[in-house]
Design a protein around this ligand. Structure first.
Ligand code: SF4
Length: 359
């Protein structure tokens, strides 16, 4: 099979390693650019959410580069994510592409169906080879998240050095083909990044990022929000990582179950049920950040995202009750860098002034 998949944040690195280890030819979709977005926008329904449009752009680029199989995550309601795979298949079929799509739904207890869906991807490898491929991909995801956390802790000290150091480490993680080497790269890389935190830094502003995960994890669509904040001397903490999602939804890791319980308990006075996507998390994590005395919150969502619009309607009350400034960035293919920068800069100035007034 010649497989392609969405290019979301750094996830493509782990997926590439997984499918290469299983003996597939991997057609990595090119990094997201204006061309990707233009393709997705041209062929997707106008009111589809931005992540779907970006996926369509990714898949067209992957298929044009020779892929014959598209791998896509599935999901269940109540938002539109449950239909993504099917809608994308219809769009690509209408465009005349000849391909196979494998939609992987989270197991939700039905392991038989989960493994049946994944069956063709096994490529006749034996169990040992499959387990090794999965372990390598999982180790890459953990390494990427670990390095990203270290990067966010350090980038506001020396932004450009941290960025180039981070890019170098990510390249090394992409190339690494065994777990021992990965461990070494991760330890060394995190150490290098943490060295930057020894530089003197005058004022600490800490901002938590919550919202829809594709928008949080993919820098092209969030207009490089994290690095923009880092360059302003702001420390950024992301509310969720890819490894958290896998721990919660596939591995049922107890520490992540606890994390889930914590945000649900925090959100309860405002929202006490699942609204699709990460809307519930956005409310709960905002409150947890406020309780940890963060200076502000940035909520990112794709324009028309139903779960995050519900969260947005609640976050005003959270902001008032916890006296924490919250900026909502609702982004789509029309969002421009200049307007975005003005809003973020104004928000950070306001947060700084508020902090100074308190001190
Ligand atoms: S969470 Fe939002 S962006 Fe994602 S599929 Fe659902 S509605 Fe669309």
């Amino acid at each position: 099979m010649k497989v392609t998949f969405p290019h979301m944040g750094n996830l493509w690195i782990a997926l590439k390693a997984l499918f290469e280890k299983l003996g597939h030819e991997v057609i990595t979709p090119p990094p997201i650019t204006k061309k990707t977005i233009d393709l997705g926008v041209r062929y997707s329904p106008e009111f589809a959410c931005l992540p779907l449009k970006v996926n369509v752009g990714n898949f067209i680029e992957g298929l044009e580069n020779g892929a014959d199989t598209v791998i896509m995550m599935g999901g269940s309601g109540p938002c539109r994510f449950g239909y993504y795979g099917q809608v994308e298949r219809e769009i690509l079929n209408d465009l005349g592409y000849s391909f196979n799509i494998i939609i992987v739904d989270p197991p939700e207890g039905d392991w038989k169906n989960f493994l049946r869906t994944l069956g063709p991807l096994g490529n006749n490898c034996n169990w040992k080879e499959v387990v090794n491929a999965l372990l390598l991909a999982w180790s890459k995801i953990k390494a990427l998240d670990h390095i990203h956390r270290a990067f966010l802790k350090s980038q506001h000290y020396e932004s450009s050095t941290a960025c180039s150091c981070y890019e170098d480490i990510i390249k090394k993680i992409d190339i690494a083909m065994d777990r021992k080497e990965l461990r070494k790269i991760t330890l060394q890389g995190a150490g290098e990044l943490m060295l930057l935190t020894e530089t003197e830094h005058v004022e600490q502003i800490k901002i938590g990022i919550v919202g829809e995960v594709f928008m949080m994890w993919e820098p092209y669509v969030n207009l490089d929000l994290e690095k923009t904040l880092g360059s302003m001397g702001v420390e950024v903490v992301r509310s969720a990582y890819i490894s958290d999602w896998i721990n919660e939804n596939i591995l049922y890791n107890p520490s992540c179950i606890l994390r889930k319980m914590r945000f649900k308990r925090a959100a309860k006075p405002y929202l006490s049920s699942f609204v699709g996507g990460h809307g519930w998390e956005s409310v709960g994590e905002t409150i947890l950040f406020a309780e940890r005395k963060f200076d502000g919150i940035i909520h990112v969502l794709p324009f028309t995202c139903m779960p995050e619009i519900i969260a947005q309607s609640i976050l005003g009350s959270v902001s008032r009750d916890y006296k924490i400034p919250i900026l909502t960035l609702s982004l789509d293919e029309h969002s421009g860098q200049a307007g975005f920068l003005t809003r973020v800069e104004a928000f950070i100035d306001m947060v700084r002034e508020k902090k100074r007034a308190i001190v």
